[in-house]
Design a protein around this ligand. Sequence first.
Ligand SMILES: Nc1nc2c(ncn2[C@@H]2O[C@H](COP(=O)(O)OP(=O)(O)OP(=O)(O)O)[C@@H](O)[C@H]2O)c(=O)[nH]1
Ligand SMILES: [Mg+2]
Length: 464
Amino acid sequence: MKKLDFAQDDIIALATPAGVGAIAILRLSGQHCIQIVNQVFKGKNLEKQASHTIHFGTICDNDLVLDEVLVSVFVAPNSFTKENSVEISCHASPYIIQQITQLFIKKGVRLAKAGEFTKRAFLNGRFDLAQAEAVADLIAADSELAHRTALNQMRGGFSLKIKHLREKLIHFASMIELELDFGEEDVEFADRKLLTSLVNELQSIIKHLIQSFAVGNVIKNGVPTVIAGKPNAGKSTLLNALLNEEKAIVSEIAGTTRDVIEDELVIEGITFRFIDTAGLRQTNDPIEKIGVQRTEQKMKQASIILYLFDVNDNFTEELSKIKIDLDAQNIPFLMIGNKVDMLENQELIKNKILDLDFSENQIVFISAEKKLYLENLQNALLRMVNLDSFKNENTIVTNIRHYESLLHTQESLFDVLNGISSGITGDLLALDIRNALYHLGEITGEITNDDLLANIFSKFCIGK
Ligand SMILES: Nc1nc2c(ncn2[C@@H]2O[C@H](COP(=O)(O)OP(=O)(O)OP(=O)(O)O)[C@@H](O)[C@H]2O)c(=O)[nH]1
Ligand SMILES: [Mg+2]
């Protein structure tokens, strides 16, 4: 038999989560898959069915019935992969799934690799690379904003923007290359003034996209929000109150938390990753010492620090010191006065705070234990993230690979601008423009190589 080349291999994978459930879907793709399924399916001749139809029947290994199933048929090119595809809905018993899968392997189908269905869709021109990557993001999206951004990227919003940028540059690159063809004749088809203004325009769009990554990353991975403060300030109590779950141990013994404890919470569509830490103090306990080091490290990586203090303490000195520290590191912070339920006279606190020169948005008062005023804290957090300016934006960069390619594009465009102003020759200018085009093309996959593809698709799950 003629050996099939890679793209024509028939592949199979479980498309639903592993384990016992009501229904499981096995997914097949490849030129012969409808024909192969037809060999073991009793009910109808699947090869004669129209695309996008569902058929009831049994899957049989010779005379042995393995399961009653529903089979969906997708005829090329009208499928996700643009190849012939079949989805078999069977009963989700690991035994049945294994038996059916093995039956197909005996028939010459092989197990799909991670992301292979999506990779085929990309290779067959179903969508570009940025869109393929968005498929993975869409599956992983756990907040409204992450979902919306991934969906937009999958539907091509981001790709279209990149494509427009490329087209404009390609025009100039070809004009300059045309000049080169005329060699000695000293003609200038590509107006250097126009090119400069185009590159400037591109630079500002690219800069905006690069800046959007800070937000994009937050949307995708959550805002790392560290809860720090002295021992017993109530950090673990606050974590538990926010999560509505007894996640961290709380006790009146100072130095309870030693390790870092994290969990996520979605507030108004934005994912915050709250990180409870060991209380900050000088200590001789070797384990607590490591805990404090970890706290300091986490504080450096945080997007936001919630600095918790006990309003019943003498906190003025502590807070002014920490404010100077955090301002110096340029990390956004929010001071949280905790345990207000214990206060007899709230006015006294106000006077102490007045001395401290905080803006209204930099400090809130709560009771973590009694869950009082937590909504003020949440509102303050949302204000700090301030995604509003980007919320209605269609193109937000969420992928670090795209971010890096944009940085490289930006560098190449700087070279183009420098080249024009120093009057370099057309061939060198063309080279710099081609470089910029190359890096833009990396994003959507006009420029690819096998390593890059392998790297991207191996991050997908099997069956996707
Ligand atoms: N009255 C009152 N007590 C609180 C409040 N929040 C926390 N506590 C108490 O303060 C003590 C310390 O709370 P924790 O949450 O363990 O403090 P922590 O900051 O995590 O302490 P370490 O892990 O040791 O750094 C516990 O006895 C809590 O019950 C509050 O809002 N009001
Ligand atoms: Mg604690």
